[in-house]
Design a binder for this molecule. Structure first.
Ligand SMILES: [Zn+2]
Length: 462
């Protein structure tokens, strides 16, 4: 089965063929760590985690190398450090930890490499020196700029005419730029700002060169897949491509470029500057389950915009309740080992069609529920768990999911018996008896809900 991915560079869905099936390389631009990331920032984290899982399934767990960077030097980090009177590393380490904790709560697998800008300063400076030496960049008033005119293909990736790209830049052209479109590779530090030595003077790198240097250092000159949010196509990825091609004698930076659509809230793009953000950190603190957030993020196709609201999250929780309900009912059944995630895998091979994959997950759950004998139950449960693992879902123990892992076993048995009795009463159309049992359960603090997959119950919280 071919893995089809929509490639931004060619604007087509293409069969994915790695350069080396024994070493598949993937890079995604990571966050600038100066505040807790909002849920929109976690869309690429979750989407490319699904891609990582699909690639690992296809090529083997150790055959896929995934790097995501942390931008740990930047004006906003400097400003936050200055406000608190601490070193920038205090700020960046604090928010890197929060980011990684949030990502883990969303069942995001750890990356193979998590490089930082400050950890690659020598490599960044060396790359800038190579660009200057070969005439692709120039030093001016303590700055080093990439000369867009020196790279003929500039603008080809984002398919913007040069005139368009310069229209914005022309409003206020910095005096050290030879051409309004030239972008910064290195800038001088202002007094009191953190800085690093370089042949061009004390300073720090621009944002774009960071990724080019880290990709080369961690993964190589040409990688298989480069990902990020759609807002990075221009200028960030256009600039990464230009820098890397010029350093590497015209070689492509990546063979496939994937971009996720942005997240909106009430149909407006979610962004810190718009002030309409909700952070994953505060959602988790409110007791919202990370897996529900992940499910909600996967409920739309990754390239389309996704509108975030509470309803989306509620639906995600309900869907997961139904799936975990099936797993709980099959608690006594051993899952068949080595089960293949079938239709879910097929859906994900079609450019990560997660809505279709989630529908397939429910189809498996339905089959698991209707299975008449232990063998069929075991096979369906195995398939459900394998499919869940590919999506990064159903990773919790079902009892823990419903908050029942701390319930006393005798009480648990009593509740199970009452639920069974209610199901039988309903089957026999003795609705008075069923309602009576329901009242007894409610009095015990048991919340019940009937779903197509059967009754779901949990102890009411608080
Ligand atoms: Zn980048």
């Amino acid at each position: 089965m071919a893995l089809k991915l929509y490639d931004t560079a060619s604007r087509t869905k293409r069969d994915f063929v790695p350069q080396d099936a024994g070493r598949v390389t993937l890079y995604v631009c990571g966050p600038t760590v100066y505040a807790p990331a909002h849920v929109g920032n976690f869309r690429p984290e979750v989407v490319f985690d699904v891609l990582f899982r699909v690639l690992r399934h296809r090529y083997g767990e150790d055959q896929v190398l995934f790097a995501r960077n942390f931008t740990d030097v930047d004006d906003k980090i400097n400003a936050a450090a200055a406000r608190e009177g601490v070193d920038i590393s205090v700020i960046s380490q604090r928010f890197t930890k929060i980011y990684l904790d949030d990502a883990a709560a969303l069942n995001v697998l750890p990356k193979t490499f998590e490089p930082t800008a400050t950890g690659h300063m020598d490599h960044i400076v060396a790359m800038i020196e190579r660009l200057v030496a070969d005439g692709f960049a120039y030093a001016e008033q303590g700055h080093v700029l990439f000369s867009v005119k020196a790279y003929e293909a500039y603008g080809g990736f984002s398919r913007r005419p040069l005139e368009d790209m310069l229209a914005g830049a022309r409003v206020e052209v910095a005096p050290y730029k030879r051409d309004p479109g030239d972008f910064v590779l290195w800038k001088p530090a202002k007094p009191g700002e953190p800085s690093w030595p370089s042949p061009f003077g004390e300073g720090r790198p621009g944002w774009h060169i960071e990724c080019s240097a880290m990709i080369e250092s961690q993964l190589g000159e040409t990688i298989d897949i480069h990902g990020g949010g759609v807002d990075l196509v221009f200028p960030h990825h256009e600039n990464e491509i230009a820098q890397s091609a010029c350093v590497h004698g015209g070689k492509a930076l990546a063979n496939y470029w994937l971009h996720n659509g942005f997240l909106s809230m009430n149909d407006e793009k979610m962004s810190k500057s718009e002030g309409n953000i909700v952070t994953v950190h505060e959602m988790l603190a409110r007791g919202i389950k990370g897996e529900s957030v992940r499910y909600a993020l996967l409920s739309g196709q990754y390239r389309a915009p996704l509108d975030w609201d509470n309803l989306l999250l509620e639906r995600a929780l309900k869907s997961l309740d139904r799936l975990y309900g099936v797993l709980r009912r099959l608690g006594g059944v051993e899952a068949a080992s080595g089960a293949e995630p079938g239709a879910v895998l097929t859906a994900l091979h079609d450019d990560l069609n997660t809505p279709k994959a989630l529908a397939a997950l429910f189809e498996i759950a339905g089959r698991a529920n209707k299975a008449g004998d232990k063998d069929a139950q075991s096979a369906a449960k195995g398939e459900l768990l394998a499919a869940g693992s590919l999506l990064g879902l159903l990773q919790e123990d079902p009892d823990a999911w419903f908050g029942l892992d701390s319930v006393d076993p005798d009480e648990r048995a009593e509740i199970d018996a009452l639920i069974e009795a209610r199901a039988e009463a309903r089957k026999a159309k003795d609705f008075a008896r069923a309602d009576e049992i329901r009242d007894t359960l409610t009095a015990k603090g048991v919340q019940m809900e009937d779903s197509p997959e059967g009754s779901i119950w949990r102890l009411s919280r608080g």
